[in-house]
Write a protein that binds this ligand. Structure first.
Ligand code: ATP
Length: 369
């Protein structure tokens, strides 16, 4: 995609935010203030405020086109905002070129030099900075050790696996000791197993080096398993910021509930009928159970329906239960309990009151009780 183009910057907000950013010595590693970016008629990023603390593993999570990469590119300096400011450790960086920011980026395609050995690839940034040969050797060697590639220095990138190349790219970015490392879907090209291994490694490396990581992904599992906090993007805006636990257990909007994991969205009318509140609610399938014998607690909410689909997912399965009004609820069932459930069965489902959360549902504003 062509990422060219720039625009004027709203200077008042830069001045205000710089003052704010410099006011204490515990400035966040990254501060985005009223950040916006338009490309012609497309609003890619819409008035974002965000603070990322030093040492965080922070993920920008959202569907394709939601604006996460554009935010990352504005932090890196590859893209100029049309509004707002980017502060790094309290300093206004909005107008600075990428090489004047203490930030490095790891791209999805790694961008390694194919004609150079791994060692020389990792040394390259130091060479550009004029670091002497012996010092370059030493630091690149240390970094290759940190990413478990100490014995691979003499190889060329095309003699390595995807996961190993990914780690070379990481070593090359980290060797400059940036204060912030930006990662743009760096695991996207790896197969599932390797991706899961790299998720664990990335997290360990981040913990070892203690650098702030900002990680762009559309994979909710990846974001939840690695991050200290996550910002969920939708349509150029942030819907929710929180720890993985907050985002999963207490989604604040219908979009977050649907995008992060699987969730049942009860419309306002349905919530009124089942819960007594005319506000949309979400419930995770694993919080709902099928009532066999007398398992529903006395204050559980119960509702009757018919099983009209069963999805086998390995250790657990998901039954889709059609209610009287034609709506559906997804219910997790341990797969070894499937003997009691089949398509066409009349069932009663139940959940504790505390399992349902009120959410904002911007798609259903017009609904009336
Ligand atoms: P993906 O996961 O697919 O990379 P994303 O969430 O990172 O998506 P962005 O790449 O930030 O999304 O794009 C946000 C919006 O801005 C999209 O509608 C995209 O088409 C548009 N956009 C991004 N860069 C440009 C550009 N250089 N010119 C025009 N439109 C652009």
């Amino acid at each position: 995609m062509n990422r060219g183009g720039n625009a004027s910057i709203v200077s008042e907000s830069v001045a205000v935010s710089t003052e704010r950013g410099l006011s204490g010595d515990k400035s966040p590693a990254i501060q985005l203030v009223g950040l916006g970016k338009t490309f012609g008629d497309v609003v890619a990023v819409d008035n974002i405020d965000l603070e990322i603390a030093e040492g965080e593993f922070f993920s920008l999570l959202g569907p394709s086109g939601s604006g996460k990469t554009t935010v990352l590119r504005m932090i890196a300096g590859f893209e100029l905002p049309t509004a707002g400011a980017v502060l790094l450790h309290g300093q206004d960086m909005t107008r600075l070129a990428p090489y004047d920011r203490d930030v490095n980026t790891v791209f999805q395609d790694y961008a390694l030099f194919p004609h150079m050995s791994v060692q020389r690839n990792v040394e390259y940034g130091l060479k550009v900075k004029g670091v002497g040969k012996a010092e370059r050797r030493r630091r690149a060697g240390e970094m290759l050790e940190a990413v478990h590639l100490a014995d691979f220095g003499a190889r060329r990138p095309n003699e390595m696996s995807g996961g190993q190349r990914q780690r070379v790219a990481l070593a090359r970015a980290l060797v400059n000791r940036p204060k912030v490392l930006l990662l743009d879907e760096p695991l996207g090209a790896l197969d599932l197993k390797l991706r899961e291994e790299m998720q664990v490694e990335l997290k360990n490396i981040q913990r070892d080096v203690g650098i702030t990581f900002v990680f762009v992904t559309h994979d909710q599992g990846e974001a939840l398993s690695m991050s200290s906090r996550v910002a969920v993007f939708n349509d150029g805006r942030i819907e929710q910021i929180g720890t993985p636990h907050d985002i999963y257990e207490h989604p604040s909007t219908a979009f977050v509930a649907g995008f992060v994991g699987t969730s049942n969205l009860l419309s306002a009318a349905m919530s009124q009928r089942l819960l007594g509140h005319f506000t949309p609610h979400t419930i995770r399938p694993e919080r709902i159970h099928l009532v066999t014998s007398a398992r529903a607690a006395s204050d559980d909410i119960t509702v009757d329906g018919v099983v009209d689909d069963i999805q086998y997912l390995g250790s657990e399965s998901r039954a889709r239960v059609r209610l009287d009004d034609g709506s559906h609820l997804l219910v997790s069932v341990p797969s070894d309990g499937l003997v009691d459930v089949a398509i066409g069965h009349n069932v009663r489902v139940a959940w504790p009151r505390s399992a349902a959360f009120a959410v904002v549902d911007s798609t259903n504003q017009g609904e009336k009780p």
